[in-house]
Design a protein around this ligand. Structure first.
Ligand code: SAM
Length: 252
């Protein structure tokens, strides 16, 4: 997009992991000033978590535009949606509008926003003047704070990894780092438990689901999980994350 041709601006807003009081002051101010906001929905006709977090900050004059990102479709169908949303954002900005795009947690970490960024900005460029990305509190920092478990200290190493990675990659992360954040646990919980057990890490691991939401649940030491609790994890919330810290002994 041309740097000078437009007075419009795209604000990409990290809205935090769930609690609406974890939206930053900057994001809240921008939300109250937008002409239009793009909010995602996983299912047609439903409101996303990100949308419900920011609703209280929106001006009644802001037009809400809901788009449906396909989570389970094939790559070409997903790419068609990303192309279309990126094109819409470009046109909104070119028409001089203040347009918002919200993402859960932080926008630069495991976020669909990055697929749009790739379509809007050349990777060699610094951030253009028509774009402002507002960082958000990421899920794992909220979980570390809520559970009083440090993420990393001094010369310790920290890996952040999605459990959609291969078993070999996950195992290497568990072996090579002092502290590990395991995101997107949901469907791979039993594999992760087996890996943690194999490396004697269960008692250094905690899991939190729906952090900072009214439905928040924390399993403070995965070594203490009973068989029936493990069985129930088949229906784990999509919003579940495991923190491992080899230098932190969790209470039983
Ligand atoms: C697509 S990623 C989004 C990450 C997000 N951009 C961030 O900064 O946290 C989704 C994953 O983030 C983690 N997550 C997001 N919100 C969470 C919450 N409230 N509680 C626990 N985990 C959460 C889960 O691991 C989930 O599978």
């Amino acid at each position: 997009m041309n740097e000078t041709a437009t007075a419009g601006k795209l604000y990409v807003l990290g809205v935090g992991p769930g609690g609406s009081d974890l939206v930053t002051v900057r994001a809240a101010r921008i939300l109250s000033e937008l002409d239009v906001i793009y909010t995602p929905t996983g299912k047609k006709g439903t409101k996303s978590l990100a949308h419900s977090i920011i609703e209280e900050y929106l001006s009644p004059n802001t037009h809400v535009c809901t788009y449906h990102f396909l989570m389970k479709a094939d790559m070409s169908a997903k790419q068609a949606v990303w192309d279309e949303v990126a094109q819409n954002l470009k046109e909104e900005v070119a028409n001089g509008r203040k347009v918002g795009f919200i993402t859960l947690g932080d926008p630069m970490l495991f976020s669909t926003w990055v697929f749009l960024l790739q379509r809007l900005v050349s990777q060699q460029m610094t951030s253009p003047s028509w774009l402002e990305i507002v960082p958000g509190i990421t899920s794992f920092s909220a979980i570390a704070a809520a559970s009083a478990m440090p993420l990393a200290m001094e010369d310790q190493t920290l890996a952040v990894i999605a459990c959609t990675a291969s078993e070999a990659v996950l195992e290497q992360a568990l072996l090579n780092y002092d502290c590990i954040v395991l995101m997107k646990v949901y469907s791979r919980f039993s594999l992760i438990c087996d890996l943690l057990q194999r490396h004697n890490l269960l008692e250094h691991a905690l899991m939190m689901a729906d952090a900072t939401l009214p439905t928040e649940q924390c399993w403070h030491n995965l070594a203490t999980l009973s068989f029936s609790e493990k069985e129930r994890m088949q229906e784990l919330s999509y919003f579940s994350t495991i923190l491992v810290n080899k230098n932190w002994q969790l209470s039983r």
